[in-house]
Each structure stands twice: as C-alpha cells, then as structure tokens.
Write a protein that binds this ligand. Structure first.
Ligand code: C5P
Ligand code: MG
Length: 224
C-alpha cells in the first residue's frame, strides 16, 4: 500500500468521490467483535476490497522512515485514537490505489470511523458511506477472544492492560459514532456472540435488506 507523503485529504470541503461511483460500508464493533473475520467472508462472496484502518496504521508504523511511526505506536499501545488526518489520508491513498490497480470501487472499511471527527472528515472530504455494519458483542466475549488471539497475533495491544483501555475508548469515543449513524438510519446491527458462520448468515440476510447482494458467477456452457 502507498505510504503517506502529505496530509491534504481532510482539508477538502467536498467529497473526492460520489457515493454513486464508490460504495463504502463502514464496519464497526468493539475490539474482538469479529470485524476482520466477517470482512474476510464478505470479500470472498461479494467482491469488496477490505481495508482495515488498524492494519493500515500498523503498516505505516512499521514503514522505515515514516514520520508518523512513533506517534502511531504510542496511540496503538494506549488504545487511543490516532489523529484523524493520518488515518483518513491512509484510507484515501489505499482506496485510490485499489481503484487504479484492481478497478474495484466497493470497499469495506473495517475499524473506522472510531471517533466522530473521523466520521465527519471522511464523509465530507472522501465519500459518504452507504451504511455501517455494526457487530454488537459483550465485553467478556471480546476479552476472551482477544486474549486468545494475543497468544499468536504478536500485537502489542492484545494484552489485558491494553484491552481494558481499548474497551474504554470504544465505549466513550467510538459508540457516539454508531449512535449518530443510527439516528440517520444508517446502521445495520448484528449480534456477534455466536460462531463466525452463524454471525455471517445474519450479516448476509441483513445486508440483503439494504440491497447488497453476493456476486453471481454465471458459467456459460460452450457449444461444440
Ligand atoms: O482495529 P484495530 O483493533 O486493528 O485497531 C488497533 C488500534 O489502531 C486502535 O486501538 C487504535 O489505537 C488505532 N486505530 C485508530 N483509528 C482507527 C482504527 C484504529 O486510531 N480508525
Ligand atoms: Mg481487525
């Protein structure tokens, strides 16, 4: 993915793309709610490009010479939200690259927007979202999943201390985003406590109601 060399995206006063041309579905839920797992399934059946804001931030953090690396590292460890100018720019760059290289215009943006300023800046200056897929999951279930993942993920924030901070940030900073979109009728809520396949069945049924259908592959029998 392209790195950031400038931070201009959020200064724009109108969207770069129209929602007719570019489809964006935000994917939210607490840490460990299963956003990444469900996004992988949706990519396979619907042909979306999956962009995880957290993954893009970790990539930028590890990019040699990044002027934002140290700052990103501190925010992630503390479970707080990286300044939106960086995250929105990373997303815009990744979307541009996907459109140019893969000619794809449908995006699942996972773990974003985690704060109201990110939501407002993205919709104002990049593209308005179609809706937000929200995975609702109790903290005890998420905590168990994260501690399990921590055994192999190598992530600096999958430990009890960081998890506690991430939960606090989620409730205080990210839930207001879900509530604002909900008031606009733009939230599709799915309970995320069951198995990945059971949750996915609910996801498919609920996004169908919003007009999102799987890609149909038609095999044409060649005549001899
Ligand atoms: O989504 P994920 O759990 O991978 O995010 C890891 C961390 O990245 C978050 O706890 C937060 O510090 C940072 N992040 C952010 N803004 C986002 C997404 C992630 O600051 N929109
Ligand atoms: Mg994730």
């Amino acid at each position: 993915m392209p790195a950031i060399d400038h931070l201009g995206a959020t200064t724009r006063s109108s969207p770069l793309w129209s929602a007719d041309k570019v489809t964006v579905i935000f994917v939210l839920g607490g840490p460990g709610a299963g956003k990444g797992t469900q996004c992988a399934k949706l990519v396979a059946d619907y042909g979306f490009k999956h962009l995880s804001a957290g993954d893009l931030l970790r990539e930028e953090q590890d990019r040699p010479g990044s002027e934002f690396g140290e700052m990103i590292k501190t925010y992630i460890k503390e479970g707080t939200i990286v300044p939106m100018e960086v995250t929105v720019q990373l997303l815009e760059n990744a979307m541009k690259a996907t459109m140019e290289q893969d000619n794809k215009h449908m995006f699942l943006i996972d773990g974003f927007p985690r704060k109201l300023d990110q939501a407002h800046a993205f919709e104002r200056s990049v593209v308005p979202s179609k809706f937000t897929l929200f995975f609702d999951c109790p903290e005890d279930v998420m905590q168990e999943r994260l501690l399990n993942r921590g055994k192999t993920s190598g992530r600096a924030d999958d430990n009890a201390e960081s998890i506690k901070k991430r939960f606090k940030t989620f409730v205080e900073t990210s839930m207001p985003v879900v509530n604002e979109f909900e008031a606009q009728g733009k939230v599709v809520k799915v309970t995320a406590t069951k198995s990945p396949d059971e949750v996915y069945n609910d996801v498919k049924a609920k996004i169908k109601e919003r007009g999102v259908e799987p890609i149909k592959i038609t095999f044409v029998q060649m005549q001899e």
